[in-house]
Design a protein around this ligand. Structure first.
Ligand code: NAI
Ligand code: PYR
Ligand code: MG
Length: 371
């Protein structure tokens, strides 16, 4: 198969979809890899390293799209790329389609085979290609929150850990899967009092066993959330229903009861966000204020730490990319049921139910393409 690796063009996105080590593995499997010039620069990889690994370097994204059977990105294709996508071409990347109707329609029109990293799912319901970036974003959420709580950055002037004689700040984490656990780990390490809310009792049991004494695992309900938000300094939004639009768990009315100068970090923004007042922001303008509350809603948080994130991401994506390249996407789906839910849109049809439901469009089960 011919695999294309593009330079990311989303604002301040410095990750890359494959490392030179990944290229070497692909070429050992007799695949050809096309890499856009400069694609690895933000992650510390030179064009020469890609060449030495066996890649062919090309000057433009248009040449990559024209030549590749499977295009690998990190973030979703941007509008300038839509016309370049070819019928039956495999697009393998984060897509987050339930939050992106325009992109969904563009991929339907293109007739491509669109496999989303974030909906590949194991039998235990974990999301192996989302997990590493959720680990990064969760840790960053606590860091960014602590930063914006400083008065010089617009916050209320709270040191999350407090000091001897002065109590710590309150952090509320809503949704305690991978992002939530990692945010709680860093915030509690700083010394904050951390409330971890989830609706999965087994998860809460697990968290209360493994987390330190300054973390409290609490069943999420509207009244409980409302009560905790009134006392919160930092709130991290991290709920997920895989592949679907995020539920709005914090209404504007609830936000208005929070203390002015508090910070919300809505990590779930890539699936539409879980605060009524959230809208996507970028690393160049990461925050805005609503009702006195600082909102940080960057949809590609790990893009800010590419030297860590690219390695963590490609450790996870390469084995799946290899299966798709070795077998073709249909056989890879037949042989590995983890890949099947990754397929979101094929031949103009929506094959992931959560995406079809988000836009009230028809759902076609992926199995009908695999007979
Ligand atoms: N902005 C960014 O740069 C990044 C965003 N993300 C996003 O962060 C979000 C969370 O991802 P993960 O932690 O990996 O997901 P996960 O599946 O590990 O955890 C989600 C948790 O939310 C809980 N949940 C679901 N509905 C809930 C509700 N109504 N109230 C309370 N809890 C609820 C689930 O029980 C689960 O424990 C996703 O939208 C993901 O795409 C992930 C990485 C980077
Ligand atoms: C998961 C995701 O959207 C990201 O890493 O940018
Ligand atoms: Mg997006």
């Amino acid at each position: 198969m011919i695999i294309g690796i593009l330079k990311e063009i989303k604002t301040a996105e410095n990750r890359v979809g494959m490392t030179p080590a990944g290229v070497e593995t692909m070429t050992r499997h007799r695949h050809q890899v096309l890499v856009e010039q400069g694609a690895g620069a933000g992650s510390g990889f030179t064009d020469d390293e890609y060449r030495q690994a066996g890649a062919t370097l090309l000057a433009t994204a248009a040449e990559i799209y024209a030549g590749a059977d499977m295009v690998m990105h990190v973030k979703e294709p941007q509008p300038c790329e839509y016309p370049l996508i070819r019928r039956d071409q495999i697009i393998f990347t984060y897509l987050h389609l339930a939050a992106e109707e325009e992109l969904t329609r563009a991929l339907m029109t293109a007739g491509s085979v669109n496999i989303a990293y974030e909906t590949i799912q194991k039998n235990d319901r974990s999301l192996p290609l989302l997990t590493p970036m959720s680990e990064v974003a969760g840790r960053m959420a606590a860091q960014e929150g602590a930063n914006y709580l400083q008065m010089s950055n617009g916050g209320r002037g709270i040191l999350l850990g407090g000091v001897p004689g002065v109590e710590p700040g309150n952090v509320v984490v809503i949704g305690c899967g991978v992002v939530g656990l990692n945010a709680a780990r860093i915030a509690s390490g700083l010394g904050a009092r951390v409330y971890m809310l989830d609706i999965d009792l087994d998860r809460l049991r697990y968290l209360s066993e493994i987390m330190p004494g300054n973390c409290y695992a609490v069943m999420s309900s509207r009244p409980k959330l409302r009560q905790l938000l009134r006392e919160a300094d930092l709130v991290v939004g991290a709920v997920l229903i895989p592949g679907a639009k995020a539920p709005k768990v914090v209404s504007r009315e609830m936000l208005q009861e929070m203390k002015p100068g508090s910070v919300v970090v809505d990590v779930a923004i890539d699936q539409g966000g879980c605060f009524e007042t959230s809208r996507p922001t970028t690393h160049t303008q990461p925050t805005y204020i609503v009702d006195g509350i600082i909102h940080y809603c960057v949809a590609n948080m790990p893009g800010a730490v590419p030297l860590t994130s690219t390695l963590a991401l490609t450790n996870a994506t390469l084995p799946y990319a290899l299966q798709i390249a070795d077998k073709g996407w249909k056989q890879a789906c037949r042989d590995n049921e983890e890949i099947r839910p990754g397929v979101n849109v094929v031949g103009g049809r929506i094959t992931f139910k959560g995406v079809a439901e988000a836009f009230n469009m028809e759902h076609t089960p992926i199995e009908s393409f695999l007979d």
